[in-house]
Design a protein around this ligand. Sequence first.
Ligand code: SP5
Ligand code: ZN
Length: 353
Amino acid sequence: MGRLSMPVVWSDTCLLHEAGGEVWIGRPIPGDELPERAVRIREALVAAGATVVEAHEQPDDALLAVHDERLLAFLRDAWSDWQAAGYPAAHGQGRIVPYIFAHLGLVGALEPMLPASPAARTGLFAFDTMTPIGPGTWPAARAAVDCALTACELVLAGAPAAYACARPPGHHVTRSAYGGSCYLNNAAIAAAHLRAAGWMRVAIVDIDAHHGNGAESIFRSCGDVLTASVHVDPATGWFPHFLVAGSDDAVANLNVPLAPHTGDEGWLAGVLRAAEEVASFDADAMVVALGVDAAAADPESPLAVSRDGFAEAGRRLGGLRLPTVVVQEGGYDLAAIGGLVLAALEGIEEGMG
Ligand code: SP5
Ligand code: ZN
């Protein structure tokens, strides 16, 4: 195993988001999208000789291209609005969690107005109770975008690949709604930026264990950005549940839904299918949404991929020999996360030759 050559983009600000637990079926549970995830990954990559590059502050253009301006304004102001409304002092609630949702059955298809109550406002944008907002959430989510866009900058300047060691993750966020431990869709924003910077056809390959519903939805009617996702079939009872695999109205989309307990062989066949789709799409550049929660020991998914499986997935994606921006998504086994990400990134470099 050689040294990892691709730059690792980092921002300390990504550590500021602390969900402080999650609410599942109405119960507070610890939650596992922790700052330490990024720290562990960085440690493993540095130990393998990687160079860490500080993220630069990036403009809002690509954010605005991907997300509804109302979602961005909500996320930016949510904490100060919550504080100003007195929820931490009056109710001892130091995190923003929705209690009512702008369910389609409640508001219909017309765009609802912004509710006056900050508690209710949350339910216009959040689609679950598992994605709390605290004082550090906006700065961290925005810094994760800076990491992804800085990785784009490096690849646009000629690096074969660059890796954004960022959190919170992003791939569940649609144009106007957040959830699944995600606030801003870092990978989609990266793809939009690469497209705007002049690569005509960009592919997003999402190998996180969960369906990359966000990018699928954002680029549904966009023929220039292919979205491909390999994931545990949401129809078998796994997050994000509602999104049906194979939604065929998307212009350029491939879903590879897998049965629970799928291991290396079935998962790699899915990754290969995604790689073939990228090749036949004739992509000029690729964004890899690299979740490593498909790993066998991960608490958030029933897939059973090995470390060698992640290395082989990397080789197959690297073998496409496209300018590649890798953005961190999920992965919740702190003991394993660094080694799994390293394996995938080394695989990408080996595949690139
Ligand atoms: C980025 C990413 O991987 N997001 C996926 C988050 C999935 N979270 C789903 C949580 C489902 C409830 N888990 C409860 C565990 C109780 N032991
Ligand atoms: Zn995931």
